[in-house]
Design a protein around this ligand. Structure first.
Ligand code: MG
Length: 339
């Protein structure tokens, strides 16, 4: 019988992190461990209230899942199907279990996750580094501090988005991606993206409300930059609906339910000719490393949640000159941080 345990952990943000719909100073996450035959696999949930989750819902899910994992950690598809039957949604709770299972089987086979998946660790992309909403001057200061990162993801969806981008462009020649987190109306988005385009922006993430697919399409058809869906594309079932409205999707383990579902999303997105980005919530190096193992399959990585906290309990994937460098230890390849 697989044994599962969960414990809450508060990740402290280095500076309060603001996006268009709110601000946070702490990310209350949950660390999960699954044991079998003397091996232990670890996983992490970063529950997001926007998707209906909290530490309490994650812990309740883990309690419900405990007697239903069976005794064979290699039957990941069967186990996850069983969890989906027990309770719908709750993707970050399921992601934590999924991650722990992949970590466990990697350790039992003595191979890192990327090798288990047949992927080439040399093909990882560079990750972006995110700058949360603040005054244009403060955001430009943060861009200067982030000069080691070749790609910046700038949170927008404010009354002064053009001032933010001009201030950052004055101090940085990094690749810039912008993320409005549903903060604009379609009309605002079309006006704003056309105004931002001359500042050499790579793409725009989630300009309008999650449910407004017609608005997304209207924006995409009237701006010169690629549009990526994040909040509008949560699970694999969403992909056919958004495929005609955007140029790409942002996949997150915490939205879709883990590595197993993320792999399905990547392949379905490719079948729809979409670009693929792998993103994250505020997560420790545990969950970030799990996602990083999939990045040889994607075009863009935004895996910086661990870089935005100052009490990361783990170490795993590294960022070297912006590029993600996967660990070679078995499973996720994550270990407790040396303090
Ligand atoms: Mg986003």
């Amino acid at each position: 019988m697989l044994h599962i345990d969960a414990k809450p952990i508060d990740l402290k943000l280095t500076t309060p992190f603001r996006i268009s719909r709110g601000v946070q100073a702490i990310s209350p996450n949950v660390i999960v461990q699954v044991n079998s035959d003397g091996h232990t696999g670890y996983g992490e949930a970063s529950p997001d209230a926007y998707y209906g989750e909290s530490v309490e819902t994650v812990l309740a899910c883990i309690t419900m899942f405990a007697g239903n994992l069976g005794d064979d950690p290699f039957l990941i598809e069967d186990i996850l199907n069983r969890l989906d039957k027990i309770i719908g949604l709750n993707p970050s709770a399921k992601a934590a279990v999924d991650m722990a299972l992949y970590d466990l089987v990697g350790k039992m086979l003595n191979v890192p996750l990327y090798k288990l998946l047949g992927l080439n660790a040399k093909h990882t992309p560079s990750t972006s580094f995110t700058i949360g909403i603040d005054t244009p001057i403060e955001m430009a200061k943060k861009a200067l501090l982030a000069k080691d990162y070749p790609i910046l993801k700038i949170k927008v969806g404010t009354r002064h988005d053009l001032e933010i981008i001009t201030a950052i462009r004055e101090v940085s020649s990094a690749v810039i991606r912008v993320d409005a987190n549903t903060g604009w109306t379609p009309k605002e988005a079309i006006r704003m993206i056309n105004a931002l385009a001359p500042y050499n922006i790579e793409f725009v993430e989630q300009p309008v409300a999650a449910h407004d697919l017609a608005g997304l399409k209207l924006v995409r058809d009237n701006v010169p930059l690629p549009v990526i869906a994040d909040e509008s594309c949560v699970t694999v079932e969403d992909i056919p609906q958004v495929a005609d409205c955007v140029d790409g999707i942002n996949i997150k383990l915490m939205k879709c339910g883990g590595v197993h579902q993320a792999l399905k999303m990547i392949h379905v997105a490719r079948a729809h000719n979409l670009r693929v980005m792998l993103g994250c919530m505020i997560e420790s190096s545990l969950a970030i490393t799990a996602a990083a193992h999939l990045t040889p399959l994607v075009d863009y990585a935004d895996l910086d949640g661990n870089l935005l906290i100052d009490n990361d309990p783990y170490e795993g994937v590294k960022v070297v000159n912006g590029k993600l460098e996967l660990p070679d230890a078995p499973g996720l390849g994550v270990r407790e941080a040396r303090s």
